[in-house]
Every structure is written in C-alpha cells, then in structure tokens.
Design a protein around this ligand. Structure first.
Ligand code: NAD
Length: 458
C-alpha cells in the first residue's frame, strides 16, 4: 500500500464512524500514516566497522551465550577472544563454540585481568553480586564493557561504577534490552512525535507469569533479596528504565506497596513434602509442581546443562530435581521476594506513572497504557491501539517477537558500534542513564520497607 493509498483509506474511514472502526496495519503503514520513521533501527550514527570488536565473555551462562551468539551471526562485527567461567562444562562448551584457544580460557574472572589487556572490551554476565568487581577492574585496565543488569546490588556500587566509567572515559553499556525491542521503540517514536499530544500519565503492568516467578524468584537464584537484590531491582529495573525513557523526564518521587503473599511455609498444603520428588500427596494438583514444569513440560531446562542426547534428558532432569533448589517445594524455600508490587511514580512536569508487577498471571510480557492530551495508546507487546480524541479514530497494529521483544541482539549491535567507533552516543542504554532506573528501584524498595514516599536523588 502506498502512502497515498493509506491517506485515501484513512480519509475514507474518516467519513465512517471512527469510534467503531479499527484499521489493522503494519508498522510501516502506521509510520507512513503518522509521518514517522519506517525503520525504527535506522541509526544515522551506524557506520561500517574497520575490523570486528574483540571481546572477552565473563560468565558463559544463559545471558552470556545469548549476547555472544551475535558474534557467530556477524563475525565481521564481533569476535569473542576469551572466556571466563568457573563451570567447567559451560567453559568448555563455550570455548568450542567460539573457537577459543586454551590460553584464553579462565576459570575465574580475576584471572582475565592478571593478563595484559588482550581485547577491546569485556561482556559481564556473571551473577548479580559479581558485577561490580569485574566491571571496575575492566574499566581500570582500559576495557570497554557490556554489563548485565542490575548494574550492581547496591546504590553505592552503582554510583561507584558510574564514577569509574567517567574517570576512565570508557564505555559501559547496560543490558536494558527492552529499549531495543521493536515494541518499545515504536511506542517511543509515537510518543516523541506528539501524535497523542503531551504525556499526562502512564499505566504499566509487568505480568511475570507464575512459572517464571517460581523458577527465578521462589526456587531460583533471585529468590532471596538479601543474597541477590530486591525484585524491584532484579526484575523491574527494566520497567523503571522504560518508563523513564518513554516519559523522557526524570522521576522525582516514588512510593511502593507489596509483599510476599503466597509462597510461604504456612501455605504448604497438607501432604506436601520438601521436594516434589519425595512422594508429595498433592503433586498432581499443584500448579507449581517441579515435576510438571521441568520433567513433563520441559520448561526452562537451560539451568540444568542438558546433554545433547535427548534420550538422557529425563534422567538428568530427575537428578537435578532431587539435588538442586529447582526440585524443592515452593512453600518451603528461603525466599522473601514479593509476589506483587504496586509502584506510584511522579516525574518532572507532574507526569505520573502507576506500575504493577504481578506473579500470579498465566501470561507474560508487558501491558502499557499511555494517556496523552490529544489521544491515548494501549499496547501489550503484540498489539497496539492509538485513539485520537478529536476524530475518535482508532488505529491498531500488531507484531510478534520473543519475550524480550527481539531486543537482545539489537542491543549488542549498538554496543559493538559504540565500542568500534568509540562513540557512546550510539548506545541508548549507557551507564549514566541506566543508573537512574536503578536509583528509582532502590528508592521504591526503601518506600516499601519503610512505608514512606521517597525522593529520587540523582
Ligand atoms: N537483561 C535481562 O533481561 C536479563 C535476564 C536474565 C538475567 N539477567 C542477568 O544476567 C546475569 C546472568 O544471568 P544468567 O541467567 O545468565 O545466569 P547464569 O547462572 O546462567 O550465568 C552466570 C555464569 O557466571 C558464571 N560464574 C560464576 N562465578 C564466576 C566467576 N567467579 N568467574 C567467572 N564466571 C563465573 C557461572 O558459572 C555461570 O555460568 C545476572 O546478573 C542476571 O540478573 C538479565
């Protein structure tokens, strides 16, 4: 459909009752209709690279593999020259995948920095508590960094990384991948074009989905806020970041309610056992059964280092359910992360945002409603509708991507460009803007614990 056709279609529909008409279009058509950029990834700062960026991966787990797969797909842009991981199987698998010589394989991140600098950059995807020390060391040795979120588990450490990045002049990209997803980029384009006028308020929902919640925040590595970090940081710093980015104003005040309502010992059903594999009497009716999630449904198996031979899978899964936290009863863990949170935020210009994180949902993703002075937008990461107040016209479009909205490799591309051209401006999620989202999360947690309204001091 040409732009002229779209205008004609739009004009034809204007003569109908727009309040009841919905036009279903693609982004390209939407962009043409509203005079926006059709290619949301066209970054005028992108240029051909003189050579691939050489990087070392620290932490060859789930996230590290996702980001570095970019090098396999785009060898002319990124080359992985070293790996550090304390897990021998992961270390070996990763070294084979990227053809890394034995001399550049390390079993602890500290060993990387005992060598003279041998790459342009370091990608840090170790557990949350192990971000600050390798990041500071890398910056001091002159490496640029791609750092997983959360930047660090404490406000003091976040500020320390920011200060070190400034002092050394190195690039630190933070993996706020949602900024790179088509869904949020399209929302941002529309908001910035003032199609719905000035933003007044935003409602934003993060449905975590009950299996993800139990996997990561009841049984998994993020279950205890004192060992990992509060869920508002660990899970929702993406959301504080995206709200800050869409609203495009600093947040000034924040208030949070929420607690751990369900996954506690007093809710353990009669007949339940320490592990789902111990002959639990209610296993077949429990929605959180580890046997159901991992063994029967084969969900989230990346935590078990599965063998290639699929015939061995059930044996490996059962062994893991009998020996790791993933087989334990959800009501008998040492978890303390809230399973529901509501957060109110006040931004500059008195723009408000109401955010909810919910464990008990059958669906995942994000649902966002943006209220503007000339119209509103409703989106759920797959479908959007803009309604124009004056004409009553509703325009809808849809897209399908993965649960990060296809943002992972687009983030890596921008980071590689930023490092290759030594230009941090190419990257949207730099350390300075990313720290802000973390300060919002720390303030929200203080509010939740102290029942206060907290000021956000940047
Ligand atoms: N951006 C996102 O949306 C997103 C999503 C999930 C997780 N994360 C974050 O990514 C990070 C990694 O998470 P993951 O799920 O990949 O975890 P993971 O456990 O799969 O990977 C971490 C790896 O670090 C390795 N490691 C541990 N100690 C080490 C040491 N001393 N030296 C070198 N390596 C060491 C582990 O062996 C493991 O392979 C976490 O900070 C997590 O919060 C971000």
């Amino acid at each position: 459909m040409t732009f002229k056709d779209l205008v004609l279609k739009s004009k034809a529909l204007q003569t109908l009752n727009y309040a009841t008409e919905t036009i279903l279009l693609t982004w390209k058509e939407i962009a043409a209709l509203f005079g926006l950029d059709q290619d949301i990834y066209k970054n005028p700062l992108h240029k051909p690279l003189p050579r691939p960026v050489d990087a070392i991966l620290i932490g060859a787990g789930h996230r590290g593999n996702i980001y570095t797969d970019y090098a396999l797909l785009h060898p002319g842009e990124l080359n992985i020259v070293g790996v550090a991981d304390s897990h021998a199987i992961r270390n070996g698998k990763f070294a084979r995948k990227h053809n890394i010589a034995a001399a550049y394989r390390f079993y602890n991140w500290e060993e990387v920095f005992k060598r003279e600098k041998f790459a342009d950059a370091v990608i840090i995807t170790t557990p949350d508590y192990m971000h600050t020390a390798p990041c500071i060391k890398a910056l001091e040795m002159g490496y640029d960094v791609l750092l997983e979120k959360p930047i660090a588990n404490t406000e003091a450490e976040c500020r320390q990384i920011l200060e070190t990045a400034k002092a050394t002049g190195r690039i630190v990209g933070v993996c706020h991948v949602l900024r790179y997803s088509p869904y949020f980029r399209q929302l941002k384009e529309i908001i910035d074009s003032k199609t719905i006028g000035e933003i007044v308020s935003v409602q934003h929902l993060e449905p975590v989905e009950f299996v993800h919640m139990t996997h990561s925040y009841v049984r998994g590595n993020w279950r205890n806020s004192k060992v990992a970090s509060p869920i508002i940081l660990a899970k929702c710093c993406h959301d504080t970041d995206i709200l800050r980015w869409l609203i495009n104003e600093p947040a000034r005040h924040i208030q949070c309610f929420g607690d751990l309502r369900w996954f506690k010992k007093e809710h353990a059903p009669e007949g339940s056992t320490e592990r789902c594999t111990d002959g639990c009497a209610v296993e077949n009716e429990c929605p959180f059964s580890a046997l159901q999630i991992y063994l029967r449904d084969k969900q989230r198996l990346y935590v078990f280092n599965m063998p290639k031979n699929i015939n061995k899978w059930d044996k490996v899964i059962l062994k893991n359910l009998k020996t790791t936290n993933y087989g334990r009863c959800v009501y008998r863990m040492d978890n303390d992360q809230p399973d529901h949170l509501t957060v109110n935020m006040q931004f500059e210009k008195n723009i408000t945002a109401a955010f909810s994180m919910e464990a008990f949902t059958s669906y995942k993703g994000r649902v966002t409603r943006i209220m503007g002075t000339a119209g509103d937008i409703v989106g759920d990461m797959e479908n959007y509708t803009i309604t124009d107040f004056k004409t009553g016209r509703e325009t809808s479009w849809s897209l399908k991507t993965d649960y990060h909205g296809g943002g992972d490799h687009r983030l890596v591309k921008d980071w590689v460009q930023a490092v290759g051209h030594q230009d941090p401006a190419i990257l949207s999620s730099n350390i300075d803007v990313s720290v802000e989202s973390h300060l919002m999360a720390f303030a929200a947690e203080r509010s939740r614990l102290n029942k206060t309204i907290e000021e956000i001091v940047l």
